[in-house]
Ligand binder design. Structure first.
Ligand SMILES: NC(=O)c1ccc[n+]([C@@H]2O[C@H](COP(=O)([O-])OP(=O)(O)OC[C@H]3O[C@@H](n4cnc5c(N)ncnc54)[C@H](OP(=O)(O)O)[C@@H]3O)[C@@H](O)[C@H]2O)c1
Length: 287
């Protein structure tokens, strides 16, 4: 990869990629909504034709899962039509495309970790629009990497930061214990992307940190690393009424394609969390 166009560069993954690519020989064209709206056909074609990147990494998305339930047209635009536009532009100029997707394309009812070939069946609009983004890419070009990730945290608003903030504000925190997934550090995902991007082993990948946890277990690990003294209460999804969108109960992803290649294994989620909290978040003891 010599020249890469990054969309959504101000998001968690975009920033993590920048952290790794700065000081590398790769030429980066960083764009976000204010400079390149991936839904704007004219803008996309003008930039891709001018810059002719050899790789486009689409980190742009509408990631507000609950808002996607009501802002459906906007979610379709950003999560499905945006990737389609990028794919058409990539095809015209010969660029390869990295499209990021989600564990929420699955319904979470199988009770075992999903591999890349399992049939998707999203429960919510976010998952459904992201799945349509996958399909749009696959029907447009051949040289794509679709990477499904999950429960991402990095430089941005995320669960880790929310928990640390709540720990300062409250004595007791209730967290859902019946949704199991793969908490994944954006930096670790960025490492995985940069590892596979020159492989030409195109297709769908699962890219999540190894292991699995409920949101409650994830929170417990966060407070343990932070030495935070919090009364953490496990609750069911039914008891937690703030969520609007239906989430999968068990959406653990197995990195089957990546691990079968045997050249890169993503960190266990607890190790990646420690790395993140030791390096990225200001941890205030809550005792
Ligand atoms: N976050 C998660 O837990 C999670 C889980 C599974 C999969 N993923 C996927 O992983 C990828 C990266 O997620 P992330 O957490 O890094 O996302 P993020 O932090 O929400 O960043 C997304 C970026 O895209 C920008 N953007 C939104 N609409 C755009 C448009 N039309 N054109 C260009 N840029 C636009 C956003 O700008 P504004 O902030 O101004 O809107 C933001 O800077 C996404 O594909 C997401 O669906 C994320």
């Amino acid at each position: 990869m010599k020249k890469v166009l990054i969309t959504g560069c101000d998001g968690q993954l975009g920033r993590a990629l920048n952290q790794l690519l700065t000081d590398s020989p790769v030429e980066i064209i960083n764009t976000d909504l204010d400079t390149l709206d991936i839904c704007n056909l004219e803008q996309v074609f003008a930039l891709v034709r001018k810059e002719r990147p050899d790789t486009i990494i689409n980190c742009a998305a509408y990631t507000a899962v609950d808002k996607c339930e009501t802002e459906i047209a906007y979610a379709i635009r950003v999560n499905a039509l945006g990737p389609k536009t990028l794919a058409v532009a990539a095809k015209e100029t010969g660029a390869q495309l990295v499209q990021i997707s989600t564990d929420y394309v699955f319904d979470g009812t199988s009770g075992k970790a999903y591999v890349e070939t399992d049939a998707p069946h999203p429960l919510c609009m976010y998952g459904s629009t992201k799945l349509n983004g996958e399909k749009a890419v696959m029907e447009t070009i051949d040289n794509y990497y679709i990477i499904r990730t999950a429960w991402l945290y990095g430089d941005g608003n995320n669960f880790v930061k929310t928990m640390l903030r709540l720990a300062k504000e409250r004595d007791t925190i209730s967290v859902v214990n019946d949704q199991i997934g793969s908490p994944t550090s954006a930096l670790e995902l960025a490492r995985m992307i940069l590892h596979i991007v020159d492989s030409k082993e195109y297709g769908i990948y699962h890219g999540t940190c190894e292991g699995a946890a409920s949101w409650y277990e994830f929170a417990k690990a966060i407070f343990s690393i932070a030495n935070a003294n919090v009364n953490l209460i496990p609750v069911t999804s039914e008891e937690y009424t703030a969520a609007i969108a239906k989430r999968p109960a068990y959406s653990v992803l197995e990195n089957a394609k990546l691990n079968s290649q045997g050249t890169y294994r993503m960190k266990h989620w607890e190790d990646a969390l420690k790395e993140y909290m030791e390096n990225n978040v200001t941890i205030h003891s809550c005792e």
